[in-house]
Ligand binder design. Structure first.
Ligand code: SF4
Ligand code: SF4
Length: 403
């Protein structure tokens, strides 16, 4: 069952229109106020669906700014689901929203798959299907799950559960391993349950029924640990938003409240340890200058910017927040041919700010933000957890050299 959000709290203040990055970037999109609470009234009676809903990225900036807690993005995703039920999906949208399937198939033959994705004939086929001409995320031969299960952890009494998600699972396994090492260094044993994709890509592409199946699987796998009181950590901000908020908004699944209550962004968990005086803070600043970009789905969690806070606490670390808005990629959105230019227009201010600091490395939690930033600005990118772990390792190395 999909929950219905309320539309009656909308006071038509227009804040969501002002802060919607897609409304600012294209006239194809008619804006959150009209398409969300405005047309929902109409849809409730007429069962009509406005085609421009397809341009909503589900970035959540409307929800962040809305003073009345309307839940505009969820209204939009429900409307998109209806839209696609009537219109039917393109093969391209199915491919882009099932990255987990392709990742599981491709990882064992990562080198061939990565070469094949860049092969001119493959690019021609992808282009004909409506996929933009931009690099696709590369796979790793040894995915996170293999690396994690090969690791001999110290068996500590304190335990946390880690939900890696597809991107860290298959495209950026090192981020997950860096978190595991940091947690081990702080006396935590890490549990990784049998989970599947959180469902963000299928929700954004109008496959709500499939998203519910994924939610049911993940809640079943995580609720058993939540009931024991174990913290549940994520490093990907979209996966985190799903566990913390979206499963609750979209579905009535037993256990989802407990999972949401036990969920922490990895940075949020480490900040909490630091505030309690329980985080080992022997970090050594890593050379270079760093710019921090906050992903929209982190800001939507309402937990501040914990990754930035941790890094700014390291003596001598040169890191500053960019605060220039959405990067525009929105998961699969920026990979769609007809949305590619819009995604670049959305991220224009961010790209300008990064280009104004040549040589700086961009720090951000979101893997697809990293892809967009690297693609447009050519800047190097890193996850804050990996930079933090590098700072930990660097201090350890300096101490052992001094002995
Ligand atoms: S989710 Fe993002 S793109 Fe969609 S209406 Fe809200 S602010 Fe605009
Ligand atoms: S910000 Fe909220 S209250 Fe204001 S117009 Fe948008 S949905 Fe309505």
């Amino acid at each position: 069952m999909i929950k219905q959000t309320t539309i009656n709290k909308c006071t038509a203040c227009t804040s969501c229109v002002i802060d919607c990055p897609v409304t600012a970037a294209t006239r194809e999109f008619k804006g959150p106020k009209l398409l969300g609470p405005g047309l929902e009234r109409f849809r409730l009676f007429e069962q009509d669906v406005e085609a421009s809903i397809d341009y909503c990225t589900n970035c959540k900036n409307c929800d962040i700014t809305c003073p009345s807690d309307v839940g505009v993005s969820t209204l939009n995703m429900l409307a998109k689901n209806e839209f696609y039920k009537r219109k039917g999906h393109r093969l391209r949208d199915w491919i882009l929203s099932h990255g987990e399937l392709f990742a599981r198939l491709s990882s064992p033959v990562a080198a061939i798959a990565n070469w094949g994705m860049a092969f001119p004939l493959t690019r021609m086929v992808l282009s004909a299907l409506g996929i933009a001409d931009r690099p696709l995320p590369a796979y790793h031969k040894t995915d996170f799950y293999q690396q994690f299960h090969a690791l001999r952890q110290q068996p500590y009494e304190q335990k946390v559960v880690f939900y890696p998600g597809c991107y860290i699972g298959f495209n950026a396994p090192q981020v997950g391993m860096d978190l595991v090492h940091l947690l081990q260094a702080n006396g935590y044993e890490v549990i990784v349950p049998d989970v599947v994709c959180c469902g963000t890509p299928v929700v954004s592409n109008g496959y709500m029924d499939e998203a519910r199946e994924k939610a049911q699987h993940n809640i079943r796998a995580l609720a058993v640990w939540a009931q024991k009181g174990y913290p549940i950590l994520t490093c990907c901000t979209s996966c985190g938003l799903m566990l913390k908020q979206e499963y609750l908004e979209l579905y009535d699944i037993e256990g989802s409240q407990q999972v949401a209550e036990q969920h922490y962004d990895a940075g949020e968990f480490l900040v909490e340890l630091k505030d309690k005086g329980q985080l080992k803070t022997d970090f050594k600043a890593i050379e270079g200058s760093y710019l921090y970009h906050a992903p929209c789905h982190l800001r939507a969690q309402g937990i501040g910017l914990p990754g930035l806070e941790l890094l700014q606490n390291i003596d001598g670390m040169k890191i500053a927040e960019i605060d220039a808005g959405c990067c525009g990629i929105a998961g699969s959105y920026g990979f769609k041919k007809e949305k590619y230019d819009i995604s670049l227009a959305i991220g224009k201010n961010l790209f300008q700010a990064i280009k104004a600091c040549p040589g700086a490395t961009v720090v951000t939690e979101c893997g697809t933000c990293q892809l967009q930033i690297g693609h447009v600005t050519k800047a190097a990118t890193i996850h804050p957890i990996s930079l933090l772990y590098a700072a930990w390792e660097s201090n350890k190395q300096a101490s052992s050299e001094a002995e």
